[in-house]
Design a protein around this ligand. Structure first.
Ligand SMILES: Cc1ncc(COP(=O)(O)O)c(C=O)c1O
Length: 366
């Protein structure tokens, strides 16, 4: 009954953690990929108003112009780039599915810096493409020499994610310059910027400002805590955007109507106090873990990817941690290696502090 391509998709790593977690009462949950705050009330009110006013039907496939126009202006300003076309997707996930389907032929290679967001490798495998992993351990920088060695005639795409899940790495302008200088203009750069507002103590540079053949994927899920509303956008060369919209017509149809209306309000809603709180959480995590773990200080997103200084097998460490009620995810869910674990600091400060204390105790006693 099931198609062969499904054999290429494996979700056992993360499922094991969730299965273990389901058995735990009152866990210290540091495994979650969404903010601990809720959508601001004014944005919720816009969604409710739209629903009450009957804005509940299909929208145009590419989204409503009242959202697309101000969104295009905002991203062109924020990203310091010009985009030929912008449309509304069902989250960045929806944008990724359409982008990969529209571009990757069987056998095409897609360069993915490792560690990576879980979805990338599976989507590429699903369409018969070949994920090519670029090892970025231990500091999660992209080494230009390593990148150069991976580029060949079959290279179709490089997929970047900054600020990054699971590492908290943000590429500097110089790093992005180095990377893009190695691409010949024909290679498509897909830039997943879902965490673009979560940037701490550093400046964010979008690859779109330096490399014209960029498909920017961005969204509202994380910034405004709208993960369940399924709304994002894709911006880039018209040729590609047109094909993606064509596919959206036969797959997602359109992003949720009420969420598009609410997103207009979200565009000029000031989230800085929320982001400031996350910057503080990044500090708490780094200061709390640095003595017993090797980790880079999270520069963005809401994750860190620590490695115990003591020589401990990660699967054992994660198991021990879950037994002690702290939910974290083993590194091999996000990587071809299993050296680190992902800790999400999208949680209350007390929860983070409690988790840190338990994790430090485990390395001392294991
Ligand atoms: C790097 C990255 N890209 C994309 C997504 C999916 O975002 P969306 O909710 O917009 O589909 C996530 C969610 O965890 C993510 O971490």
């Amino acid at each position: 009954m099931i198609a062969d391509r499904m054999k290429n998709i494996d979700s056992s790593g993360i499922r094991k953690v969730f299965d273990l977690a389901a058995k735990i009462d009152d866990p210290v949950n540091l495994s979650i990929g969404q903010p601990d705050f809720d959508i601001p009330d004014e944005i919720k009110e816009e969604a409710i108003k739209a629903i009450r006013e009957g804005f509940n039907r299909y929208t145009l496939t590419g989204g409503i112009p009242e959202l697309i126009e101000p969104l295009k202006k905002k991203i062109e300003k924020d990203k310091k780039a010009k985009f030929e076309e912008v449309f509304i997707t069902s989250g960045v996930s929806g944008g990724l599915v359409l982008a990969i389907l529209a571009t990757v032929n069987p056998g095409d290679q897609v360069i993915i810096p490792d560690p990576y967001f879980v979805m990338y490798k599976h989507l590429v495998n699903l369409v018969g493409g070949q994920p090519v992993f670029l090892d970025t351990y231990p500091d999660f920088r992209i080494d230009p020499d390593k990148l150069k060695k991976l580029i060949n005639k079959k290279t179709k795409i490089i997929l970047l994610n900054s600020p990054a899940n699971p590492t908290g790495k943000v590429y500097s302008k110089d790093e992005i310059k180095e990377i893009t200088s190695l691409l010949d203009g024909k290679i498509l750069l897909i830039s997943d910027e879902i965490y673009d507002e979560f940037v701490y103590e550093t400046e964010f540079t979008s690859p779109a400002s330096l490399y014209p053949n960029t498909l920017l994927l961005g969204g509202f899920s994380k910034t405004y805590a709208m993960t369940g509303w399924r709304i994002g956008y894709a911006a880039g060369p018209s040729l590609l955007i047109k094909e993606m919209i064509k596919l959206q017509q036969y797959t997602f149809v359109c992003a949720p109507s009420f969420a598009q209306k609410a997103a207009i309000k979200a565009l000029d809603y000031d989230m800085s106090k929320y982001i400031e709180a996350y910057k503080n959480k990044a500090n708490i995590v780094y200061e709390g873990l640095k003595d017993n773990f090797d980790l880079i200080k999270p520069q963005g997103a809401f994750y860190c990817f620590p490695k115990p200084k003591k020589n401990i097998e990660i699967s054992k460490f994660v198991e021990e941690s879950i037994k002690n009620k702290v939910l974290i995810i083993p590194g091999n869910v996000f990587s071809e290696k299993n050296l680190c674990f992902r800790l999400s600091f999208a949680a209350k400060d007390e929860t983070i502090k409690k988790g840190i204390q338990i994790l430090n105790n485990i390395v001392k006693t294991i």
